[in-house]
Design a protein around this ligand. Structure first.
Ligand code: 5GP
Length: 200
């Protein structure tokens, strides 16, 4: 029997840089598989269907909810997002490590279904820093940024429900910290049952 893969869940407030950290991590750890989420949000310029997301209309998304096809799903900023279950389950069974970049509501649902999942919260170095990052993107209106900052305060309050907090002061350092977490998690005794049993 193959050793089950590691299920990593990455979340954090908008502007903490979790997308950038996730992409850099995937480059550094080519064996890591990314779960592609489904969403009812329309694609942004440059986003590709089936690569960045499975872009679905609400009707299909609702049918998938009814049919129990999501490992978790949540409403985030007026749109629905969900993780298709089969890809995650098959990857884990085949021994592949898998990463989900999802919001906090989703992360907590995953932990209920898979208590062995490793929840990592990507935090900005400070509130000031988060504000600076959101404003320097230049992409959003002031009210949108204010709303995101307000959400960030609420999200930071839930960070203690995670297994680890990684401060994204520098992307390279954040990636190194996550790689250390992966090594530590793979060193837990339950991963060595066969070795330990072989001494019986
Ligand atoms: P965006 O629309 O900017 O790509 O994503 C908005 C938020 O939705 C982000 O916080 C992102 O992590 C979250 N998200 C993306 N996919 C999923 C998913 O499958 N499930 C949940 N719960 N959240 C998701």
């Amino acid at each position: 029997m193959k050793k089950r893969g590691l299920l990593l869940v990455l979340s954090g407030p908008s502007g903490a840089g979790k997308g950038t950290v996730c992409r850099a991590l995937l480059k550094n750890e080519p064996s890591l598989r990314l779960s592609v989420s489904a969403t009812t949000r329309p694609p942004r310029p440059g986003e590709v269907d089936n690569v960045d997301y499975f872009f679905l209309d609400s009707e299909i998304f609702n049918k998938m909810i009814k049919d129990g096809e999501f490992l978790e799903y949540a409403q985030v900023y007026n749109n629905y997002y969900g993780t298709p279950q089969p890809f995650v389950e098959e990857s884990l069974k085949e021994g592949h490590d898998i990463i989900l970049e999802i919001d906090i509501q989703g992360a907590l649902q995953v932990k209920e279904k898979y208590p062995e999942a490793v929840l990592i919260f990507i935090a900005p170095p400070s509130k000031f820093d988060l504000k600076k990052r959101l404003f320097s993107r230049g992409a959003d209106a002031r009210e949108v940024i204010e709303k995101r900052l307000h959400c960030a305060s609420d999200e930071m309050k839930l960070a203690d429900r995670y297994d680890y907090i990684v401060v994204n002061d520098q992307v390279i350092r954040a990636v190194e910290r996550i790689r250390s977490i992966i090594i530590a998690e793979k060193s837990r005794p339950h991963n060595f049952k066969r070795l330990l049993n072989s001494f019986n």
